[in-house]
Design a protein around this ligand. Structure first.
Ligand SMILES: Nc1ncnc2c1ncn2[C@@H]1O[C@H](COP(=O)(O)OP(=O)(O)OP(=O)(O)O)[C@@H](O)[C@H]1O
Ligand SMILES: [Zn+2]
Ligand SMILES: [Zn+2]
Length: 823
């Protein structure tokens, strides 16, 4: 019954900006609501009684089946949806709570739906936590005594309320006590004798977690059991079960056996919401450098919507500018929204915010459970001023009075959602939101995206450019040495570490400093192939090579697909020719760890990649270990590049830059430059100067030269020239269609039909159809078509429903506006 298609096919259901704000609600006779009851979320149309001035963002009560349920007014309509007959539409019953969400919030969601060509419902699903209304309760409160006689039911309700200590009851209770309560309530509401409101659930369900408590170490126990109990004892006799399992590398059934033997008990224990985050000390504002002060001033002078690109080199103190820009906003009773690429990667950043603003900070990201998301929402909706820090979906955080939005590391591609729909970019949505809220938007980066660079250099008051060209305390930028790995090979050094890096690693121990080793991608190029015939081991479901996984020295090697997670053993001989020379190639994190162990047994290293950081809180745990100097090296992938601020790191080694340089994407150079400058920027942030060793097989690549000189502007100028010639973003606009299905021929045919249809317009160039770089993923064949518009304004895409009808029922078509991932 829930109706998504309704939204797409609405005639003239234009941008929400005109909904409820400019036009009087009176000429709108229908309303679309988000019904939220017993697990089903959907958009439904209701009629508005003439005497009910409903506005977008109100919480309503509507008839739904045989019940009355809560609903959010999402959009007012002045025409009846054609597919519904007038007598099919039921009427809104009452306004439970007026202005629960600001109307601008719904305008934003509508704008997202329209620009990214998805239904409003899809947007609502990213934006709102599930069960928002279902857990809340409608209540009725006494306001005034009657002046004119009331009907029996109305009088009964009023007396009931007056007799209550709090002058207020739940609507459910009133309904049970009073016959004809519904009509009675209407009467009372009309005369303003009572009010109806929505109370968020008062007590949240406590969150429980399994805990293990030691009872006894007596009895006939095997060596292994004893060991587990010994560990538990050493930890004080009480631990969270997950921690014990991890520490002892044991399983739940083993613990259950120990429980049966009376050695320990397993029981759920309540954890408080704030737990899991360590205490942070309070911290005052730092006195700003001249550059920081100038940047802050520019932010504070902004009136209304202004987009400010804060271009500060690595270690220039951008975070301090954010903190001092936020402080006065909170004092004015308004809130701030801070978006970061990946929350798990930046425990340091959240700690700094909490040290400054304490409980006013709330963290919002997709790894939260539904319950936690819901709690955070309630806190936000309370309206008290706060700082919400979160990943891309936090751009939809319902902070009532926004004074500032910040995107840190604005160039990061994780701000873009590739799938599912809506494929939104949080930076684009942030621009709309800041416009709707008339507040400044700060985009911070050491390596701004070309999009933001171009915007910030337009001659308009609404976009500004601020730079922090120097590191804090005039600390030098790290020195970058480029090592030609081809020369190493010629000089008979077959190690993955160049001689330069080897010397630096030896030096690390002597000077008691720390280093980072960066590998382009987890398991990237650690494919298994035959050195006799060249056969490459591939995933049976996807057209990608399997990656070699080796958890520790003596463990059995496994092969894993990073797309569908297929796992299998490595065959001892080549399946194609039977050769025994069937081995892994490349240098993933694991390989580097093993080589370190072999060549530098004195150095300890922590592996920091998506395999070792899967568990909640593990980013923080590993980074803390490292900053406590429990290891000499941190070895990892992309996540090393993001915002790590450790003063004792003096050495950064890039094992091989080549994987980054050779991606088939027009943004490859931009990304490579950003990644390498960011990772280099982790070195020498403290008192000791930093040093970067960049290993590559293509030392003459223009990106390598630009990174070595650490000059952003000349690199960007050259890059922009190319983009302009080819009409790529930021000059032109791209729209990507992805076509996929289980049958290879059907997918290709559908892609061809869609391309023919698309070619009928002259507004854009059609690139493709072409098979995706990886044709098959999880048994689905994928083709794509790229539209290239010469400029960014007014790109019109043919009707999606028409294109979909060309695909047939077994092939799906999705649209990605401004795609970031063209693979
Ligand atoms: N005014 C200041 N006085 C002294 N120290 C400062 C000041 N401002 C910032 N710092 C310190 O300088 C270091 C670097 O700052 P921060 O992490 O904000 O840099 P950043 O510009 O965000 O760098 P990146 O882009 O590389 O993450 C931090 O340890 C911070 O505490
Ligand atoms: Zn072979
Ligand atoms: Zn696979």
């Amino acid at each position: 019954m829930s109706d998504f298609s309704l939204i797409n096919s609405l005639p003239g259901a234009g941008l929400g900006t005109d909904g409820a704000i400019d036009r009087s609600a009176m000429d709108r006779q229908w309303v679309e609501v988000l019904v939220d009851c017993s697990g089903t979320q959907g958009l439904y149309t209701y009629a508005l009684p003439p005497d009910l001035a409903v506005r977008v963002g109100d919480i309503l009560s509507v008839p739904f089946g045989t019940q009355q349920v809560g609903a959010i007014a999402v959009r007012l309509l002045d025409t009846r949806p054609t597919e519904l007959a007038a007598d099919q539409i039921r009427s809104v019953d009452a306004i439970v709570s007026a202005g629960f969400f600001p109307a601008s919030y719904w305008a934003l969601l509508n704008q997202v739906a329209q620009y990214y060509h998805t239904s409003l419902m899809q947007v609502v699903k990213v934006a709102l936590p599930p069960g928002l209304l279902a857990r809340s309760q409608r209540r009725i409160r006494f306001l005034n005594d009657e002046k004119t006689p009331l009907t029996a039911a109305a009088r009964h309700i009023l007396e009931l309320l007056k007799a209550s200590k709090t002058k207020d009851y739940s609507w459910q209770f009133v309904q049970r006590q009073v016959q004809g309560a519904h009509r009675g309530l209407q009467e009372l509401l009309k005369q303003n004798l009572v009010e109806s409101y929505l109370e968020p659930p008062a007590t949240m369900r406590p969150k429980l977690r399994q805990a293990v408590t030691l009872i006894s170490t007596e009895g006939q126990l095997s060596e292994r059991y004893r060991e587990i109990l010994e560990v538990l004892k050493r930890q004080g006799g009480e631990m969270w079960m997950t921690d014990l399992l991890q520490l002892c590398r044991t399983t739940t059934p083993t613990l259950r056996k120990l429980e049966q033997q009376g050695c320990l008990i397993l029981q759920p224990r309540e954890i408080l919401r704030a737990e899991g985050l360590p205490e942070v000390g309070e911290e005052g504002a730092k006195s700003l450098t001249a550059d920081q002060a100038a940047a802050l001033q520019q932010v504070q002078q902004a009136t209304g919507f202004t987009q400010i690109l804060l271009h500060g080199v690595t270690g220039s103190g951008k975070t301090e500018v954010y903190l001092q820009a936020i402080a006065p906003i909170l004092q004015q009773g308004r809130s701030a929204l801070v978006l970061v690429p990946e929350i798990g990667l930046t425990p340091q950043l959240t700690d700094r915010f909490r040290a400054r603003f304490g409980d006013q900070v709330c963290v919002y990201h997709s790894a939260l459970s539904d319950g936690e998301r819901f709690d955070t929402w309630r806190q936000m909706l309370s309206g008290s001023p706060q700082v919400a820090i979160g990943t891309r979906s936090a751009i939809f955080a319902p902070l009532p009075s926004l004074g500032l939005i910040i995107l840190d590391e604005e160039h990061d591609s994780s701000f873009k959602q590739d799938q599912p729909a809506p494929c939104y970019h949080a930076r684009t949505v942030a621009q709309w939101r800041a416009t709707l809220e008339a507040c400044p938007l700060i985009l911070g980066s050491a390596t701004p995206s070309l999009e933001s660079w171009v915007t910030s250099h337009q001659e308009v008051a609404q976009s500004q450019y601020v730079s922090l060209p120097k590191r804090i305390l005039n600390r030098p930028m790290p020195k970058i040495e480029v090592v030609d790995m081809r020369q190493e090979l010629r000089d008979r050094n077959g190690s993955i570490f160049s001689r330069s890096l080897q010397t630096a690693l030896h030096h690390l121990k002597e000077t008691e400093q720390q280093g980072l080793l960066f590998i382009h991608r987890r398991g990237h190029s650690t494919f298994v192939s035959c050195r006799s015939c060249g056969y490459v081991m591939e995933c049976p479901n996807c057209d990608v090579s399997l990656s070699f996984h080796h958890t520790h020295e003596n463990a059995k090697p496994r092969l894993r697909c990073h797309y569908c997670n297929h796992v299998q053993n490595q065959p001892p001989h080549c399946p194609s020719c039977g050769s025994p020379y069937f081995k892994q190639f490349g240098s993933g994190t694991q390989r580097v760890m093993q080589e370190l162990e072999r060549q530098f047994p004195d150095l300890t290293a922590i592996r920091f990649d998506s395999d070792t950081t899967r568990a909640k809180g593990s980013h923080r745990a590993l980074l803390t270990q490292f900053s406590d100097r429990k290891a000499d090296l941190l070895v990892g992938t992309q996540m090393l590049t993001k915002g790590i601020d450790l003063p004792q790191v003096t050495l950064v080694g890039v094992i091989s830059a080549d994987g980054l340089l050779n991606l088939a994407d027009f943004r490859a150079s931009e990304r490579a430059f950003q990644t390498l400058v960011q990772v280099a920027g982790r070195a020498g942030r403290g008192e000791e100067p930093g040093r970067v060793i960049l290993q590559t097989y293509s030392p003459d690549h223009p990106v390598i030269g630009a990174v070595q000189r650490q000059q952003y502007e000349p690199f960007v100028a050259a890059e922009l020239k190319q983009r302009q010639e080819l009409q790529y973003p930021p000059y032109g606009q791209l729209v990507l269609f992805r076509i996929s299905g289980g049958n290879a021929v059907a997918v290709q045919k559908a892609a061809e039909r869609v391309a023919v249809e698309l070619s009928k317009s002259t507004q854009y160039a059609v690139l493709g159809p072409a098979p995706a770089t990886i044709l098959r993923v999880a048994q689905r064949y994928r083709w794509q078509i790229l539209l290239k518009f010469p400029s960014h304004d007014g790109s019109k895409v043919p009707n999606l429903a028409d294109l979909r009808s060309l695909c047939g029922s077994t092939v799906s078509l999705t649209i990605d506006v401004d795609p970031m991932n063209l693979m």
